[in-house]
Design a protein around this ligand. Structure first.
Ligand SMILES: N[C@@H](CCC(=O)N[C@@H](CS)C(=O)NCC(=O)O)C(=O)O
Length: 255
């Protein structure tokens, strides 16, 4: 489903654009950091929609070039029909308009509202728990930093790797979650996962009777939390949530 774009490494992201677009103007391309939960969310939206796409992997050492595509410097950025769309929520809604089937944003106003609130909670709250757990706790940072830097040249990996926990901590401290003790943070995650178990009850999906953007957004963040030892234990204690994670994963694989 996803093809790695063959790109001229020396070209800027905007220069890289034109070639394939001349041949295939409706091509979808995702500029991403592979292990970003927001990029995972968008890949899964495209899998559910059954739309093929190309990946442009941005190395962490090339992160400044992202500003050419998105002034906020954040990924993912979607390229389609000569347009650039940034922010995973905007991208998901753009894709919903371009490729309405199967719908991922409910049409019922109550479900639509709940879907949005859950997506925003995942993006703006759960994200900082996953970032703190994966990249600021030394035993986890040792596991996940090599994945984060997998597309960087060796010199950049050597230079950047030691700074990753510091960089992530600076962000999570600014946001607030990073100021909590380990025990407080794990208690919060436990409360969030218990809340999801309560929301799910006997239902298959978080909103209504079908997979929605809420499932994909919460999945993208919680699956990263569950990759850590601490998160795995918390999720395992809530079989409803563990089963839902597996269900969302299965429903959003490449077709
Ligand atoms: N609200 C944005 C958040 C995206 C985001 O924070 N992406 C991170 C990677 S997980 C990023 O690009 N960080 C680089 C930076 O902040 O400079 C979205 O939904 O797309």
């Amino acid at each position: 489903m996803a093809k790695q774009a063959s790109i001229d490494e020396a070209a800027t992201p905007r220069q890289r654009l034109s070639e394939n677009f001349e041949m295939s103007p409706r091509l979808i391309r995702i500029h991403q950091f592979k292990i970003s939960p927001f990029c995972d969310k968008i890949r899964r939206v495209l899998h559910v929609k059954g739309e093929p796409y190309e990946i442009v992997e941005i190395p962490v050492s090339g992160a400044l070039s992202v500003r050419e595509l998105n002034p906020s410097g954040k990924l993912p950025v979607l390229e389609h029909g000569g347009r650039f769309v940034s922010d995973s929520t905007d991208i998901a809604h753009y894709l919903e308009e371009e490729f309405p089937e199967p719908p991922l944003v409910p049409s019922d106003p109550h479900e639509r509202g709940l879907c949005h609130v859950l997506e925003d909670w995942a993006d703006e709250s759960l994200y900082f728990y996953e970032m703190t757990l994966r990249f600021t706790r030394p035993h986890n940072a040792a596991r996940f930093t090599p994945d984060l830097l997998a597309s960087d040249p060796p010199w950049a990996q050597r230079l950047i790797a030691p700074a990753i926990p510091w960089m992530m901590r600076r962000t999570t401290r600014g946001q607030g979650v990073g100021r909590k003790s380990d025990a407080e943070l794990e208690r919060d995650v436990e409360r969030h996962v218990a809340a999801l178990a309560g929301l799910l009850g006997d239902e298959e999906w978080l909103v209504g009777r079908a997979l929605s953007l809420a499932d994909l957004s919460v999945y993208a963040q919680l699956s990263c939390i569950a990759l850590t030892d601490e998160g795995a234990k918390i999720v395992a204690a809530h079989p409803t949530v563990a089963a839902w994670l597996a269900r969302v994963d299965a429903a959003s694989q490449p077709r």
